[in-house]
Design a protein around this ligand. Structure first.
Ligand code: FES
Length: 139
C-alpha cells in the first residue's frame, strides 16, 4: 500500500496538533460500561467519506478517533500513536491514519503499522451501526 502524508506544516507537527476536531455538538456521544454510543444525526462531521471526529473525556479510559471510511463502514481507533502517544488523523483518499507529529507514523484501518517511527500497531475497536446509532466497544 502506498503511504501518503497529510499536508501539515512543521509547527503543527512539532506541537502535535491534530487536524481532526472534537465534535461540534458534544451531546452527540456518551460513554458507559465500555461502550461509546454516537448519534449520527448530531454529527455532520461523519456524513462524508473520510470524515472524522475525536472523542475525549467523559470518563472514557482512552482517546478515540472515529472515521467514516470510503465504503460506508465506520472505523474506531485508540487515538494514541504507539511512538509517543500523539493523536492520529485520517489521510483522505487512503484507508490509513497518520500521526500528527513529525514522525508521521502511518497505520492501515486494521491498525497495522505501515511506516514511521512507531514500533507497534495501534489498537482498533469494533463498530456497529443500527439506524443512526454507532456503538463502539472500547474494552
Ligand atoms: S508520536 Fe507518532 S510518530 Fe512520534
Amino acid at each position: 500500500m502506498e503511504v501518503k502524508s497529510l499536508n501539515r506544516n512543521i509547527i503543527q507537527r512539532l506541537f502535535g496538533t491534530s487536524e481532526t476536531k472534537l465534535p461540534k455538538d458534544k451531546s452527540c456521544w456518551s460513554y458507559k460500561d465500555g461502550k461509546v454510543i454516537i448519534d449520527l444525526t448530531k454529527v455532520p462531521e461523519l456524513s462524508k467519506h473520510y470524515g472524522a471526529i475525536r472523542l475525549e473525556g467523559k470518563d472514557m479510559p482512552n482517546r478515540l478517533l472515529v472515521i467514516r471510511g470510503n465504503d460506508e463502514f465506520f472505523y474506531a481507533f485508540k487515538n494514541h500513536c504507539t511512538h509517543r502517544q500523539r493523536r492520529l488523523d485520517p489521510v483522505p483518499g487512503t484507508d490509513t491514519v497518520q500521526c500528527c507529529s513529525v514522525g508521521k507514523s502511518t497505520f492501515d484501518f486494521g491498525g497495522l503499522k505501515l511506516s514511521g517511527a512507531a514500533q507497534a500497531d495501534i489498537k482498533t475497536y469494533a463498530v456497529t451501526k443500527k439506524d443512526n446509532i454507532l456503538t463502539v466497544l472500547v474494552n
